[in-house]
Design a protein. Sequence first.
Length: 602
Amino acid sequence: MMNYPSEMVTCLFFFFIVFLAGHGASLNCTGSCGNRGPDIRFPFRIKDKQPDCGYPGYDLSCSEDNSTVLKLPTGLSLHIERIDYIYQLIYARYPQGCFLRQRLNFSLGALPFQIQKDFQYDWTLFNCSLSSEKRSLSYLYKIPCLSIFNHEVYAVDSSIPISDSDLLSCTKMHNIYGIPYRMLLAENYVLTMSWSNPPCGSSETECYSNLPHTEDLHQNVDVRRKLLIAGVILGFFLFAIVIIALYRAYSNDKTQREYQARVEMFLDDYRSLNPTRYSYADLKRITNQFGDELGQGAYGTVFKGKLTNEIAVAVKLLNNSIGKGEEFINEVGTMARIHHVNVVRLIGFCADGFRRALVYEYLPNGSLQKFITSADSRNHFLGWERLNRVALGIAKGIEYLHQGCDQRILHFDIKPQNILLDNEFNPKIADFGMAKLCSKDKSAISMTTARGTVGYIAPEVFSRNFGNVSYKSDVYSFGMLVLEMVGGRKNVDDTAENGDQIYFPEWIYNLLEKEEDLRFHIDGEEDAKIAKKLAIVGLWCIQWNPAERPSMKTAVQMLEGEGENLTKPPDPFSSSAPKRTSAGRMPARRLHQELAAISEIE
């Protein structure tokens, strides 16, 4: 996240805040005209920008190109190169590069500056034609900045006697006085000036105490001091906020890196299982920049993609904010072990930095959820024969998870949305994000939190008062799924009012107990047998006592049979003691009930 330790960054930020607060509190009495300009502080001030700072007469200004300028009384402007506050020296140059051209305008007047002595001499200037003989006299000094085309200007020390024959072709111009030797030759001569302290003293506070109107100035200093204190306090609070923010960012980054390391370690362990690993760039290419969204779930969004023109895939892009890498590890670790016709095939995965995704085979008919519809509605109803094949395929898939692998795999989220259908409406179990592995020789497992979807979760997963959590929990979810397929509706009506919910499985049991028709649209006797068989299997699977539920192997056998020899299951709702109604009316069932503890016996 960052290249430097967080402590260093926070300290630098703190001093930065205090610097801004402190300088803001002192009314900006330290400034400059640009990033490269010299610092301007007492006794100097920027004219028209710092009226309450510095001392009168020590005025500087800023040019349009952000140069620091000292304006002389004659109108000449000097550009300040550097200010030495220790030795009280100021270094200036004429921007046009020729001090001698402005010698008549150069006057400090009443300004509190003095030119530093630099071996000054008096000079006589001569204008010489280029047509004359070459001049090599040692006492002639050519002045480049005054020379023009065909005419060169030379300076001669006024104290040296010369004969007229030396300068026969030259014309005397004038005398100049007190000019340093270096000013003659350097086009960008830097003038050094010193300044003396203001008459009030050498510090800003001392000057304020000696200037007129001291009462107002003292109040000004007090205001600055209070503003400075307020700035420091504000800086402290901002520092505390930054510390907290950086700590949280560091903690989140550390946690994310731990999750990523955990995923990478897991992938190293399971490399032998050979699912293909894709980069995030590969996924964008496969899904055409994630342009075709198939749906969204609790753990991510599913997109359609193509490995080739013939092979379509479904890419589930996982949410980074959910889980600690567990959902990804569960799916890859579980599905890499599974090879069954009724379980979705995992083609590959992506673990590219913090981006994680799973690549499955694409099933064009989508989830079973959209085909859960009443038999009275012909739009999406699959037909009783096909419903029986779907239920049987799901049961075989769950049986394989429970018995067909080296370790028992408990899915914990069997529901219509997680059953996908291929072209021939063959069912395939998907979404192993909540799956848990356990040994086959153990009938019960430990769980710290409930997992699954409300309406399909077995009672013992909510509370151990109903028994131990085991593979029978998947059996319960399968039973609820089958009853939804039979009734073509959700097993619980969430829109019921007054705290009551219409509990569909109990209504089906009441119809079977009265030996009445299930009252669905059934074309013939065979369809009636299938509907009754599915209802009985579903009711057996949702027994509240886990020991009374069949194993998935038994459920497969029940679904493969004709159904005539199936016995009616015990009343799974007897503990609730509902008020029996006529078979033609659905009973209301209270959500909050006192249920006795049940011990599972295997």
